[in-house]
Each structure stands twice: as C-alpha cells, then as structure tokens.
Design a protein around this ligand. Structure first.
Ligand SMILES: C[S@@+](CC[C@H](N)C(=O)[O-])C[C@H]1O[C@@H](n2cnc3c(N)ncnc32)[C@H](O)[C@@H]1O
Length: 236
C-alpha cells in the first residue's frame, strides 16, 4: 500500500497531524521563522565576507537581538572571527506619536511597553562577551538628523527592520543609507501587513526608499515567517 492509500484508509492520521500543526502557536512559528532568517543572513554574510555591524530597529524583549549574538558566536567558530558588533534601537515604550496612515489595531504602545531594566540585564547575559550597544529612545530623536557614525557604526552587515510601521521604517532606512554596502542583508519582518496596501507599513517605506535612491539596487534574497522578506544590497 502506498502512502496516499494509507492516508485515504486511515483518516485519523490526517486528524493527528493537523491537530499537531494547529497546536503550535502562530507566535512560535513567527519567532522560529525570524531566528532562521537571522541565521541565514548571518551565514550568507559570513560566507561572502560582508563585514560590519548587525543593526536592529525594534528590539522589544530582545528575542531576535539576543539570537543574532548567539548565532554569530556559533558561525564565528566555523568561518572565523568577523568582529561583528551589535546595535539595537528601541524606545521600550512602543511607537510614540503615530501618523494616521500608520494606525493599525495590533500595533499599539500598550503591547510594546516593557521593563527595560530586565531586558537590558538579559541582553548583557546573552551577549557572552560580544560587543553591543542599545540606543534607547523614539526614532525621531535617535535616528532623525543622526548618522550611524554618531554611534560608532561604520558598515552594515545585517539590518533587521522590525518596527512594524511606515514612519519608523523610513527613519531606519534613511539613517542606515550611508552604511549600506554590497552584500548587506536587510530583513523586513512586517512586510505583508496593512491588508497588502503597497503604500503602507514596511513595504510602503521600502518602496519609497527605493524610489528616492535609484542608485541603490536590491535583490530579493528569501522569504521567511509569515510574509516577511529579506533583500541583499547589490549596488551602492
Ligand atoms: C515587533 S517589536 C520588535 C520585536 C523584536 N525584534 C523581537 O523579535 O522580539 C517592535 C518594536 O519596535 C519599537 N518601535 C517601533 N517604532 C518605534 C519608534 N518610532 N521609536 C522607537 N522604537 C520603536 C517598539 O517599541 C517595539 O519594541
């Protein structure tokens, strides 16, 4: 009997498998997808010797930021020391003033307000000697009219954009412009939301950024999580 015949005969198998998949919380799926994407981006850049910093816009509890430091430790054992340093930007209090076009029922300050001290303590614990800097504040203070060099960032290796809305994403992209290099990988974690509207959210911000900077070229590298995307810089 082949597999299809078995499945047709014993329907309880499909019930079991579908119950198992349904029991995995979507948030866990998302998080695992994000970890795998960071792992891929860190591996690809190590393989191509794209040296520079890992920069994350939107660190929240530090889950993806800590993972990036963890995977760098492992990858360095394989490819050698990359001297990657880690920069994280967050208010730890959500979005601040939100424009009308950025309004979304799920992106609310109350969800993203966290105990900063506890998170910083955990980041320190997870860093295991790697060099990192957390820049606290709303992006209209920490990114607008600021340059990466103000914080010691010279080149970007991987940029994780996980700040959900269009305006902070635009601030993050414009801030990062001068440190993009051939091979930098940019991860857009919330690329699909706003009901697919091409002028809103992270998608809308990236679309505008590309129009305003035609000298910069990007190639789609991979898709991950729930509609999240990774792009690699091919021309600067
Ligand atoms: C989805 S969470 C990040 C999740 C995180 N990367 C993780 O994997 O655990 C989005 C974060 O972006 C931050 N954020 C969004 N807009 C911001 C702004 N304008 N200024 C500062 N932080 C902002 C929020 O405070 C929030 O912590």
């Amino acid at each position: 009997m082949n597999l299809l015949s078995i499945l047709k005969k014993f329907l309880f198998i499909q019930n079991l498998v579908s119950s198992f998949v349904a029991s995995i919380h979507s948030y866990l799926d998302l998080t695992i997808g994000k970890y795998q994407a960071i792992k891929k981006a860190m591996f690809i850049t190590a393989h191509d010797e794209t040296y520079g910093s890992y920069i994350e816009f939107g660190i929240f509890t530090g889950s993806s930021f800590n993972f990036a430091m963890k995977i760098n430790n492992k990858i360095e054992k394989f490819f050698g020391i990359s001297k990657c340093d880690f920069y994280g930007f967050d208010s730890f209090n959500g979005f601040g003033k939100v424009k009308d076009e950025d309004n979304h029922p799920r992106f609310q300050d109350s969800i993203f307000s966290v105990d900063e001290k506890k998170i910083l303590k955990n980041i320190k614990k997870c860093s295991r000697g790697q060099s990192y800097k957390i820049i606290k504040g709303f992006y209209n203070e920490t990114l607008k009219d600021k340059k990466p060099e103000d914080y010691g960032i010279k080149k970007a290796r991987v940029i994780m954009i996980d700040c959900d809305l269009k305006e902070p994403t635009e601030l993050a992209l414009n801030f990062s412009k001068s440190v993009l290099q051939k091979g930098t990988i940019i991860l857009f974690d919330d690329y699909i939301y706003y009901k697919g509207n091409e002028n809103k959210g992270e998608f809308g911000a990236f679309k505008r950024f590309k129009n305003e900077n035609p000298n910069l070229k990007f190639r789609e590298a991979f898709e991950y999580g729930y509609g999240s995307r990774a792009f690699i810089v091919t021309e600067v």
